[in-house]
Design a protein around this ligand. Structure first.
Ligand code: NOJ
Length: 762
């Protein structure tokens, strides 16, 4: 009784402070703001007061995240006993309410739960897969999509999501390329930060914001052979320069949590890596947020061969600084023992608990952790669907458009809608759409039927039931539909299940009999517009010559249909650009724009096609250059590439200083003109090369981009600031610095742009 009284008094103080902080939030603008120093101190004090009241068992309880699906029956009791800090995968608002009520009212200390869910690209309103969103290069749109995801998820009681995934990958075989922002560091930094801003907003859950989680720390995207869960063996410089930067950007964007990866980093599993989690994240970056393991990634360190048993796994993860354990229970089973044995200091546990409590205070869960029911009516609202549609429009990349096959001419009287993806409501949602419903999907076929002019006859015959099938019994119907139509719209690609976690592919062609179907369609002689609906970049080399136009639609989410229909009709103009290099062949992997030059770079004029090599040619007669005899040295389409229905002309690049000191700033600018007849958006991209230094640097690195809109005939000047921050890299002494020397700077519409200027750091 006395204990309860004491707790009551302590809590009153905490609540008053809490109410004060709530009031502060309510008075402030409900827009993104980093937590202020005052709020930080307040939350820390509140967490410390609470920590003082906690038993060891209650502390260990906070470190445990359990899966709502697996542990449904036991959860109420465990929550009441204070043995759970977080539940993932529970999105039934009634259950969440029940759990939170038990946590708040029945557990001894009344600590609310973090309710986690993979809201990766939308909740019920599903947005394009993250790789596609990256192709939009439109940060406002991405931020808005994440905001909407948070609002919808909060209605169900979700206060934390495991996004953004900011793992750079250069291997399209990896299934999680779908969830990644692509191959580039700068773009990934920007995409991740936009998502964090959108998800977290002002940080208060009752305002419809949820905590973000930067994952998977780190280097999960460096796979071996494109297979999932493998590992990263890489020098520290490249790790830092390429793969860690987006995570540093996430720290700077105030991501409330991080997730440690499944993978190894230089032979140590990330979830036990002291170098990564302690030295880099905590000591160097001074990250204050909470660090969660991935699903059983702590106990998987046994399978990795890094720990002999669960106890050692708990020890190594806690030693490295993982605060919360997802699903496996090694902390709860062994930390007490490890503390008694003096192997783990209770202060380490306190630190972990404090971070978890601070996150709960920051979100305002102590005041009100219940589902934000007022947001329920926004789910699938007109505004949300409109935003999803716009995201799908801007994500699509026009790859080929011979003789202006697109937009479709208004003289067309009939279209054949063919292919297994045309009416695949489940598959257009893509991977990680746990809460999306296929019944909400507006498919391509539906949209074409609804939105195309009434005089256009729509002849639908999929030809193939699903993307993988080799059953060709639908071919004849598809061929007949094609024959009686003016244009063929061929919706090909991959079902959702063929990408995403653990869904990797060794071949990157169209699965099943899709290419055979295309060959039959080609025989009809009708113009073919191919729309690729896929979770990864496929190898299009053999397909391209067979079609007149190709629109890469990715998996575009709930509103993919109306978005693509608008693009086909010219009601919208494509503006997506590739966030990852499109390859000529799987054997080119990894090929990406920011590669190194080598001592013998490929030379346009010296490259001999394999079939041109004379018989019994002398070994060195081909010039010994860095290329493939059978595929050359360039990809099919470079990073940053994408066409529009209009044309953009770039003027001369101007820089206001071409000799600067390392601390100077200068401006690079270019005039971009819309020379066509249609309004359009262009992604203006700036690339830089540091020509020589204490270590070699990539041939080109993206260092800035802006998406601008231009009316026909309109010209805009696009300016980029170049500063020390733009040029910093890890040099031979492992200093993050800028070195004197010469640089090249390009501004253009893709990474293979040729126009450049030079500048020098003196
Ligand atoms: C495993 C995945 O790697 C991670 O990204 C995800 O957030 C968790 N499972 C939870 O579902």
């Amino acid at each position: 009784m006395k204990n309860r009284y004491l707790i009551g008094v302590a809590f009153l103080a905490i609540m008053i402070l809490g109410a004060w902080s709530c009031f502060q939030t309510a008075q402030g603008t409900p827009v993104q703001k980093a937590v202020t120093a005052d709020e930080q101190t307040l939350n820390r004090n509140r967490a410390d007061s609470l920590l003082k009241l906690m038993t060891l068992a209650e502390k260990l309880g906070q470190l445990q995240q359990l899966d709502g699906g697996i542990s449904k029956n036991e959860l109420p009791k465990l929550i009441e006993q204070g043995k759970v800090g977080s539940v993932l995968n529970e999105v039934d608002p009634e259950r969440v309410t029940m759990y939170q009520k038990i946590a708040l009212e029945k557990s001894r200390l009344g600590i609310p739960l973090l309710i986690g869910r993979d809201v990766i690209h939308g909740y019920r309103t599903v947005f394009p897969i993250p790789l596609a969103q990256s192709a939009s290069w439109n940060l406002d749109l991405v931020e808005e999509g994440s905001r909407i995801s948070a609002v919808e998820a909060s209605a169900k009681g979700v206060n934390w999501t495991f996004a953004p995934m900011i793992d750079i990958t250069r291997d399209p075989r990896w299934g999680r390329v779908a969830e990644s922002p692509g191959e580039d560091t700068h773009l990934t930094c920007e995409m991740g930060s936009a998502m964090i801003r959108g998800l977290q907003g002002n940080g208060n859950y009752q305002d419809g914001n949820i905590a973000a989680c930067a994952k998977h720390f780190a280097a999960y995207g460096i796979t071996v052979g494109g297979r999932d869960y493998t590992g990263a063996n890489m020098g520290e410089r490249q790790l830092r320069d390429v793969y860690l930067r987006p995570f540093k950007a996430a720290v700077d964007s105030d991501a409330m949590s991080f997730m440690s990866g499944f993978n190894e980093v230089n032979d140590i599993p990330a979830s036990g890596s002291e170098w990564l989690l302690k030295e880099v994240l905590r000591e160097e970056w001074e990250y204050q947020g909470m660090l969660l393991s991935d699903w059983t990634s702590i106990t998987e360190m046994i399978d990795h061969g890094y720990c002999k048993d669960k106890k050692e796994a708990a020890f190594k993860a806690m030693r490295a600084g993982v605060d919360m354990e997802m699903v496996s229970t090694s902390y709860n089973e062994y930390l007490e023992e490890l503390i008694k044995e003096g192997k783990i200091d209770i202060k380490q546990v306190d630190t972990a608990v404090r971070r978890i409590l601070i996150m709960k205070f920051r979100l305002g869960l102590f005041e009100n952790p219940y589902p934000v029911l007022s947001n329920d009516k926004t789910i699938l609202s007109k505004e949300h669907l409109e935003a999803a549609k716009q995201a799908a429009i801007e994500s699509a990349v026009l790859i080929k458009n011979d003789k202006n096959a697109l937009p479709l001419s208004d003289k067309i009287n009939s279209v054949a809608v063919i292919g297994p993806m045309a009416d695949a409501p489940h598959d257009q949602l893509g991977t990680w759409s746990f809460d999306g419903k296929k019944a909400d999907s507006q498919t391509y076929l539906n949209a074409i039927r609804n939105d195309f002019p009434e005089n256009v006859t729509v002849n639908y015959a999929p030809g193939l039931k699903i993307s993988r099938t080799i059953k060709k019994d639908g071919f004849n119907e598809a061929i007949n539909a094609a024959k009686k139509s003016d244009v063929i719209l061929f919706f090909a690609g991959e079902e959702a299940i063929l990408s995403g976690e653990a869904h990797c592919r060794a071949h990157l062609d169209l699965p099943g009999a899709q290419e055979e179907l295309l060959d039959e369609l080609v025989k009809t002689g009708k113009p073919i517009v191919m729309i690729v609906v896929a979770g990864r970049p496929l190898v299009l080399t053999d397909l391209l010559p067979k079609v007149d136009a190709l629109l890469y639609a990715w998996q575009g989410g709930t509103m993919a249909g109306p978005a693509i229909s608008d693009l086909l009709l010219g009601k919208a103009n494509p503006s997506g650009k590739l966030p990852i290099t499109f390859l000529r062949a799987v054997g080119q992997i990894p090929m990406f724009h920011s590669h190194k030059n080598t001592g013998r770079p490929a030379n346009e004029n010296e490259w001999t096609q394999m079939y041109e090599i004379p018989e019994e040619a002398w070994q060195t007669s081909l010039g010994n250059r860095s290329h493939y005899l059978d595929e050359g040295y360039v990809p099919l389409f470079p990073f940053g590439y994408g066409l529009s229905y209009t044309n953009f002309k770039y003027g001369k690049i101007k820089i206001d200083k071409n000799k600067i000191t390392p601390t100077d700033t200068f401006t690079a600018q270019v005039e971009v003109t819309n020379t066509g007849k249609t309004e359009g958006k262009e992604v203006v991209q700036m690339y830089i090369r540091d020509l020589f230094g204490s270590v070699t640097r990539p041939v080109k690195e993206l260092k800035g981009f802006q998406k601008i809109s231009l009316k026909p005939g309109e010209t805009k000047t696009v300016k980029f600031e170049v500063s020390r921050e733009t040029l910093n890299f890890w040099n031979a002494d492992m200093d993050f610095t800028v070195e004197p020397g010469k640089f090249k700077l390009w501004i253009g519409g893709h990474s293979a742009t040729k126009e450049f200027v030079e500048f020098e750091i003196i």
